[in-house]
Design a protein around this ligand. Sequence first.
Ligand SMILES: O=C(O)[C@H](O)[C@@H](O)[C@H](O)[C@H](O)COP(=O)(O)O
Length: 223
Amino acid sequence: MTASTPREQLAAQLSEAVASALAVDLENHERALLVVSGGSTPVPFFKRLASIELPWSRIDVTLADERWVAEDAEDSNARLVREHLLQGPAAAARFCPLTSDDSTPELGVEAVTKRVTELPWPASVVVLGMGGDGHTASLFPDSGELGLALTTDDPLVATRSPSVVQPRITLSAGRLHQARRHVLHVVGDDKRSVLAHAMAGDDVRELPIRAFLACPLAVYWAP
Ligand SMILES: O=C(O)[C@H](O)[C@@H](O)[C@H](O)[C@H](O)COP(=O)(O)O
């Protein structure tokens, strides 16, 4: 696949970096874990990573967060991963979704937690996105559960936010920190401004992406 635009070039570079990280970790570990985010930004990255030859049967993939919707719903992150990442060579990866048959994330979080804690932590790579409000995963500034999600030792938190329609489930900040490498994948000038603002301050509750500016963070940004 040729990289035509800056965003395609970025996706190519990120997919190569993530593939290398997974390959290195699999030299010393039986399995490797990749944590990805949903939304629209990751799609070109997913498509390119999916085509890279890796021992995918030894790789676990899970999400940083999920909308509490059916896996075949338009806005399901699991659907996004299945359609764009778990294809071609990467179809052999083992995917751990973050939803259950329970009607709410509050009811489902215990079952999902059991599944997630069995994954081969620490993750090789956590790939974060960021919204225009500085949220990452489902750590939303206006969520009533943000304080808990930023401080708990629990791996997962059910969250709700006035700024999003669906109830969410998210890896906690603490669990998202359990990774050998962290990446922030953002595109566009608006997000560059938000990131600049985030880097100029310390209030994590204002811009939750700040919770990841202290750990080494590889920022993959294109206009
Ligand atoms: O479930 C989600 O939506 C994501 O996990 C979320 O944290 C995403 O990374 C940002 O909202 C950016 O989304 P875009 O890439 O669509 O701008």
